[in-house]
Design a protein around this ligand. Structure first.
Ligand SMILES: [Zn+2]
Length: 245
């Protein structure tokens, strides 16, 4: 269900049922002349819309205003919209704190932008990961008081770490694609992989007639197809079914 469309009784059902609550996190960034600037975020919302058809899921309104960077193109007349990670972290902390206050304990965010080396992190996901940790510490300290971790009730903390009972599992970060699980489906920027995925999820966001010469990263987009994108989507879905529980 889309969070903004939920009635309070449905929200309470989601809390009590420990439904995953998922934030599509992304950017607005130049993706060649042939693709919409929302690509990295649309890829997440498009796949989540499919996942939602098969299970209980709360999808938060997507956040598009991440740190796109101007590494691909300067913004003037090209469309990339960059917000510094330093500005994102306080916003994200407040948002996560708000979600914890509502009662959600199974929160996830999924990001596709700059995730080829996800464990090391990039500015947008690092800001949200940092904010998630800060929000959890702030929430626990307010709810349980200082010394909450050292209290006797936490004696089995290390045993619970892998389960949902560990507060630090309340908010999890995921890349949309895990390269080792993509079976050779290419990870690129506006190339065959992303263009195909967009043709499958939001065909209106692609105009293949506009694939431009002179950009090394869009050359492979000429090999894009809707069928190939469907393959990518199915690989992503298989991986998300495991990650989002
Ligand atoms: Zn992209």
């Amino acid at each position: 269900m889309r969070y903004e469309m939920m009635l309070p009784h449905q929200i309470r059902t989601a809390i009590d049922g420990r439904w995953p609550v998922v934030l599509p996190l992304g950017v607005l960034e130049y993706h060649g002349e042939h693709m919409a600037v929302g690509m990295d975020t649309l890829a997440v919302t498009g796949v989540l819309a499919r996942l939602e058809q098969e299970r209980d899921l709360v999808i938060l309104p997507p956040f598009y205003y991440g740190a796109a960077s101007y590494a691909v193109e300067p913004p003037e007349r090209m469309g990339s919209l960059h917000v510094d990670a330093e500005a994102l972290a306080p916003f994200a902390k407040a948002m996560f704190l708000g979600l914890l206050r509502i009662g959600f304990r199974n929160i996830h965010f999924i990001i596709h932008h700059q995730t080829e080396n996800f464990s090391a992190g990039m500015p947008t996901d690092l800001a949200f990961k940092f904010a998630a940790r800060q929000a959890i510490f702030a929430f626990l300290e307010k709810e349980r008081g200082e010394g909450w971790w050292g209290a006797e009730s936490m004696a089995n903390y290390y045993a619970q770490q892998s389960s949902g009972d560990d507060p630090f599992n309340w908010i999890k970060a995921h890349p949309l694609m895990i390269p080792s699980k993509m079976e050779g489906y290419p990870f690129d920027h506006a190339g065959q992989g992303e263009t195909s995925l967009m043709m499958d999820l939001y065909p209106e966001a692609v105009d293949c007639a506009r694939i431009a010469d002179g950009k090394w990263y869009t050359g492979s987009a000429r090999d894009a197809s809707r069928d190939f994108g469907e393959r990518g989507r199915n690989l992503i879905l298989a991986q998300l079914r495991e990650a989002i529980r």
